[in-house]
Design a protein around this ligand. Structure first.
Ligand code: ACO
Ligand code: ZN
Length: 223
């Protein structure tokens, strides 16, 4: 009887088993031709998108043992802006964001974390803001039902508080997460956003955070 059960489980895994590609990080079912084709398409587009060839004029704002952070500003050469656009497109499609219109497109600052393998493995897009609404801690008990149904609807205070810098996107390549890349991007942003001062965590705000984004932001702002 035991061996029969085992057989069923094996067959199930073969058919439904999900694989994660070790280069692009996509999770897909290798036994499903449609899935496999989607993976091949994503694989090439993604690896092309995060490829970083190095620029003649690059603004290195931080250096680490495992990579560096490059800042791109709106008036930079078109090859730099094009790379930012490509990366943003990948990030937005992963986050399921629609085209988000920036309030101050000529004041946007984009920070790219470049790995030693010459890939863009992290991206932070920031812009100036005047006010933000503090996210209140998640309600517990029966009234938390609505937040379960709509995990993005975090409860926000309706009292605006002054803020200086809004993080409109933060993203780290799936295979490089939990290596403090996001933390180093935000530290660098706080140091570089306004000349000559280090922004406090009260002066930065995360816009419309995802569940991952909220876990990171909560941890970051409390340490
Ligand atoms: N679950 C629980 N805690 C987390 C998580 C998580 N998924 N991610 C980060 N943290 C906490 C941890 O305490 C972590 O420290 P530890 O690893 O020592 O425990 C601390 O935050 C610092 O984490 P980093 O390693 O700096 O974060 P990482 O480089 O992995 O990037 C990020 C975090 C950007 C949220 C990444 O998970 C990601 O790209 N997710 C998908 C895209 C996304 O949802 N981005 C946020 C969108 S919201 C916005 O853009 C405004
Ligand atoms: Zn792949």
């Amino acid at each position: 009887k035991e061996s029969k059960d085992q057989l069923v489980i094996d067959a199930g895994q073969k058919h439904f088993g999900a694989t994660m590609c070790k280069s692009c990080g996509m999770i897909y079912s290798a036994s499903n031709p449609e899935d496999e084709m989607q993976h091949v398409q994503h694989h090439h587009r993604f690896l092309e998108g995060i490829k970083y060839v190095g620029w003649k004029k690059e603004r290195v704002v931080a250096e680490f043992w495992d990579g560096k952070i490059v800042l791109v500003l709106p008036r930079d050469p078109s090859y730099a802006l094009r790379k930012v656009e490509d990366v943003q497109e990948l990030v937005d499609s992963e986050l399921g964001f629609q085209q988000v219109v920036s309030q101050y497109p000529n004041k946007t600052k984009t920070f790219l974390f470049i790995s030693d393998e010459k890939r863009v493995v992290g991206c932070l897009i920031a812009e100036p803001i005047k006010q933000a609404f503090r996210v209140l801690s998640e309600p517990t008990g029966p009234e938390s039902l609505s937040s379960k149904e709509c995990p993005r609807a975090w409860q926000c205070s309706n009292v605006p508080e002054p803020a200086i810098c809004g993080i409109s996107r933060i993203w780290v390549f799936r295979l490089k997460r939990r290596k403090r890349i996001a933390r180093r991007l935000v530290d660098t942003l706080r140091n570089c956003f306004m000349f000559g001062c280090f922004l406090s965590t009260d002066e930065i705000a995360f816009s419309d955070p995802t569940p991952d984004g909220k876990l990171f932001a909560t941890k970051y702002c409390n340490t």
